[in-house]
Design a protein around this ligand. Sequence first.
Ligand SMILES: *Cc1c(COP(=O)(O)O)cnc(C)c1O
Length: 233
Amino acid sequence: METMLCNNLKKVEENICAACAKAGRDRKEVTLIAVSKTKPVDMLRTVYDQGIREFGENKVQEMCDKIDVLPQDIRWHMIGHLQTNKVKYIVGKTALIHSVDSLRLAQEIEKQAAKKNVKVSVLIEVNIAEEDSKFGIHKEEAIALVRQIAQLEHLQIEGLMTIAPFVENAEDNRLFFREIHQLSVDIKEQNIDNVHMDILSMGMTGDYMVAIEEGATMVRVGTGIFGERNYNK
Ligand SMILES: *Cc1c(COP(=O)(O)O)cnc(C)c1O
C-alpha cells in the first residue's frame, strides 16, 4: 500500500508541476488537497508521512473521527454538502469549508462560530454547469449571496468552489473552469468588504490539470492518490 500511495502522489505532483509549467504559473500557487473520504486512517498517515498536510472529507462524522486520531497540524477541508444541524460539530476544526451554498447555512456557521469565538474561512460553492444532481448556487446568484454572507462577522469568504461535471475528456470542462475563474475576477472587482477572492477550488482526479491551466489554486484529488473508492464495504 505504501508503494502504491507514494507512486500515486509522485505522479500527481508531476502532473501539477507540468500543468503549472504549461500555464506559466508557479507551483506554489496551487495547493493539493488529498481527498481521503472512505479511506482508513492508516492510508492518511502514509500520505501525511509523505509531507501532505491538507486533507479533504465530505462527511462530518468521518472527518471528526479522523481529526481525533491524526496529527494536529493537518488542515482539514470540508468539501461535501453540509447540513445545518451538523455545523456545530466542525466549526473551529476546519481550515476551510468549501461548500457554502445558502444564506441559511452561512447563518448557522455564523451562530456556531460566534459561540466559539472563532472566525471560519469559507468558499461559496457554485454549480457552474447547472447540473440538477449537484449542490451549489447558480452563477447569477453568486454576487448577491456573497454580499449577504460578507455581513456575517465570523465568516471570511476566501473564494469560490465548483464541482465540474463528470466527463471522459477533461477538455470538456475547460470552459466551465474558465467561467468560474471569470466570476471570481468579477466578484473581486466589486471590492466587497470582508471578501477575498484568492482561492479557486476546482479540479478533481479527472480534470485537475485543465483546472490548473484555468486558474485553480486548490485541486481536490481523491482517486488519483488513494485509488478507487469502495462504497459497499
Ligand atoms: C470525492 C470528491 C473529490 C475527489 O474526487 P476524485 O475524482 O476521487 O479525485 C473532489 N471534490 C469533491 C467535492 C468530492 O466530493
